[in-house]
Design a protein around this ligand. Structure first.
Ligand code: GTP
Length: 386
């Protein structure tokens, strides 16, 4: 591929033409919901002594992915929200962040850019290669594939084959959900050019596949949000947070008609009023076919005052993950919906109608939601919608 790109050798990656001062920049891509954020969180927790700088690019106006990554490590990410990095973000903005992260004071060993699920990886790779910063070197393209949805994704987007052909490493994720995992692995291998193809569940791959790790004792901790933003007070959040009960069709640059995201719309929804679990389940059960991805956090108010519920829908797959509210956290529902041919106004109205008007929890109200909560040991698979 390009100068500086890595090759996998017997399960380990090697950065070529990298001087000791140069920090590899790894592009982490993959279709909507394939498991990029899950993999990035795994890397952040399992990178031994290596210090990772993360740049997270969300498609929707609310930065759900950035929250998921930052939430795990105390705001140690840079967020480039509302639009695919490959079009909507100015190259110079990416350069500014790369420069900041690559500054020797940060002590960062590797930078991972998590692309939005609709980004064009070759554009991202081009942007990294175009950076003239001497302190960084392109570190390779990692593509995450959802093994359970792979056939469907390829049918919807034949362009995915092209993305795989460019990859240096393909993580075939969600092996636990794929009844024909062997078939998917063979297919992916036939579509890649030179990539290592690694099966995974919940993105648990050896970080050494992506970069050379330092021993654990060298770990010096993650950076603060301020470190990454250069103490300039700019938090990179341009979403419509705090806009109660509000929803909006997010604007995306449609110059690049050949891009995956040209056919997709996203809707963001924020509410300070808790949602009623039965109404939300009715909404989710009847969600339109084109609404491929839902992610975010739900406040069910008195129905569970201790937890917010992270929600993920990918195709017909649906899960809720209860997470304790932080003491200083705003009790908000924040959702991003992404799909093709979706009616943003109607979806927004339907979500607004899910807001609760009852002051008390009804006793069995959460049952429908709890069907989609995974057991703590992660072994059982709750029922999926018909
Ligand atoms: N069963 C199963 N679920 C997984 C696995 N990996 C991720 N998930 C779930 O899949 C959903 C989507 O995962 P994410 O990591 O948010 O996917 P993403 O690629 O970052 O999503 P986008 O940012 O929308 O493109 C979440 O509910 C994850 O918990 C896996 O290996 N097995």
């Amino acid at each position: 591929m390009s100068r500086g790109a890595r090759r996998c050798q017997r399960g380990r990656t090697v950065t070529q033409s990298r001087t000791p001062q140069q920090i590899p920049v790894v592009v982490l891509a993959g279709f909507l919901g394939s498991g990029k954020t899950t993999l990035l969180n795994h890397l952040l927790h399992r990178s031994g002594g290596s210090r990772i700088g993360a740049i997270v690019n969300d498609f929707g106006a609310i930065e759900i992915d950035a929250m998921a990554v930052a939430g795990a490590l105390g705001d140690s990410t840079v967020s480039l929200g509302n639009g695919c990095l490959c079009c909507a973000v100015d190259t110079s903005e990416l350069d500014v962040y790369l420069e900041r992260l690559a500054h020797p004071d940060t002590g960062i060993d590797v930078i991972v850019i998590e692309a939005s699920g609709l980004a064009e990886p070759e554009e991202l790779v081009r942007m990294v290669l175009a950076s003239e910063h001497p302190g960084i070197v392109y570190g390779g393209l990692v593509e995450v594939v959802d093994a359970a949805e792979f056939d469907d994704t390829r049918t919807r987007h034949p362009g995915v084959d092209r993305h795989l052909a460019l990859a240096d490493l393909v993580v075939v994720n969600k092996i636990d959900r794929a009844p024909h995992a062997g078939h998917v692995l063979d297919l992916v291998r036939s579509l890649t050019d030179r990539a290592a193809v690694v099966p995974a569940t919940y993105g648990r791959v050896d970080p050494e596949f992506l970069f050379d790790c330092r021993p654990s004792e060298e770990r010096i901790g993650q950076l603060s949000f301020d470190d990454l933003h250069g103490h300039d007070g700019h938090d990179g959040h341009d979403g419509d947070d705090g806009h109660d009960g509000g929803y909006g069709r997010d604007r995306h640059d449609e110059r690049h008609q050949g891009h995956l995201h040209a056919a997709y719309d996203s809707v963001s929804f924020v509410s300070e009023v808790p949602l009623d679990p039965r109404r939300l389940m009715a909404f989710l059960d009847s969600r339109p076919e084109g609404l491929y991805r839902i992610k975010g956090y739900v406040d069910f108010g008195a129905h569970d005052a201790l937890n917010r519920y992270a929600v993920h829908a990918v195709g017909r797959f649906l899960r809720f993950y209860p997470q304790g509210w932080g003491a200083a956290e705003d009790r908000l529902t924040q959702l991003v919906l992404i799909g093709t041919g979706i009616d943003a106004e109607t979806l927004g109205k339907e979500l607004a109608a899910c807001r609760s008007d009852a002051p008390h929890a009804d006793e069995h109200g959460m049952w429908g939601v709890l069907r989609y909560v995974q057991d703590p040991d992660g072994t059982s698979d709750p029922g999926e919608p018909a």
